[in-house]
Design a protein around this ligand. Structure first.
Ligand code: NAD
Length: 290
């Protein structure tokens, strides 16, 4: 890396806290080096209190772009000049582009496009399909919005009665108002509806994080009758690689059981393309990361 960095090198930042565990710096720096692009990617421990100054720093220093993670995905919006259609609908940003370094900052959200690309790479087309999903937090919102923008015909969103239930209602309202998708929200406690909606869907997406520590022994689906040979099951969790849900889906013959590694990889790849205009060498990055 030292050999690569010169006075011309352009900087991409990552603003989040905690952030030291993130795979993004490795992912982007390896991709820059592989393609011979004169960029460097660095993580900065920045929370809501430092965010406004950090965004001023992006403008002042001509930083070419930034990824944004928790707790800044929503908090950054007031400091930006423009939002992509998906970021506007999702009310969240994970990628900021400073076009030509001139200080006009555009916010994008690539978690949803990453998830949709991951499905497509597995040969799963969402267009025209009915999808059932659980979860309406950060990941669930990005996925629901992008699924609707990508042509999902019907979306059934289940959430438990917690602080995210209102998100689910709001997501469905925006989807119904701004896209051709018909979104409906259900209480996850209504297990009859849950079974019925999955039975009528070709894809089930779990965006809750159930299956990840400390809930690694839990799954929202425990009835083998729900799993069918024509049902695709997608879990946003990538640690562990095989959640209890994915194991159960495989054991009971689901068409596909897909984890969140692809979503993670492709949200980075989509951001990389926004920053540099070049395609990330994803096969090479996959080898390095996984
Ligand atoms: P969040 O806290 O914003 O939202 C969590 C959602 O899950 C909410 O809708 C909540 O109601 C629901 N939920 C939580 N616990 C539940 C339970 N026990 N039963 C039923 N519903 C429950 O979280 P988030 O930022 O959306 O992240 C969710 C998961 O997605 C995490 O595991 C995170 O690691 C993963 N994630 C993966 C990627 C990726 O690239 N693969 C990207 C972002 C997030």
């Amino acid at each position: 890396m030292a050999e690569r960095i010169t006075g011309h090198t352009l900087l991409i930042s990552l603003l989040a806290t905690p952030i030291r565990h993130s795979l993004s710096p490795t992912m982007h720096n390896e991709a820059f080096a592989k393609l011979g692009l004169d960029y460097a990617y660095l993580a900065f421990e920045v929370g809501n209190d430092e965010l406004e100054d950090a965004v001023k720093g992006i403008r002042a220093m001509g930083i070419r772009g930034s990824n944004v993670s928790m707790p800044n995905k929503q908090a950054i919006i007031p400091y930006l000049d423009e939002l992509s259609p998906a970021a506007k609908l999702a009310g969240a940003v994970n990628t900021v582009v400073n076009k030509d370094g001139k200080g006009h900052l555009v916010g994008h959200v690539t978690d949803g496009t990453g998830a949709m690309r991951s499905l497509r790479e597995e040969g799963v087309e969402v267009k025209g399909q009915k999808v059932t999903m659980t979860g309406a937090g950060g990941a669930g919102t990005a996925i629901a919005i992008q699924a609707a923008l990508d042509g999902v015909k019907e979306l059934s969103i289940f959430n438990r009665q917690d602080e995210c239930f209102e998100n689910a209602v709001e997501n469905a309202r925006k989807i119904n108002e701004h896209t051709d998708c018909k979104a409906t929200v259900y209480d996850l406690a209504d297990q009859e509806a849950f079974k019925r909606e999955i039975a009528a869907s070709s894809i089930y997406i779990d965006a809750t994080g159930v299956g990840m520590k400390p809930l690694e022994d839990e799954s929202l689906i425990n009835d083998p009758e729900i799993i069918r040979p024509d049902l695709v099951v997608f879990d946003v969790v990538y640690m562990p690689k095989e959640t209890k849900l994915l194991k159960f889906a495989k054991e009971h013959g689901a068409k596909k059981a897909i984890n969140g590694l692809g979503m993670m990889l492709y949200q980075g790849a989509e951001a990389f393309e926004l920053f540099t205009g070049e395609e990330m060498p994803v096969d090479y990055i996959k080898e390095i990361l996984f």
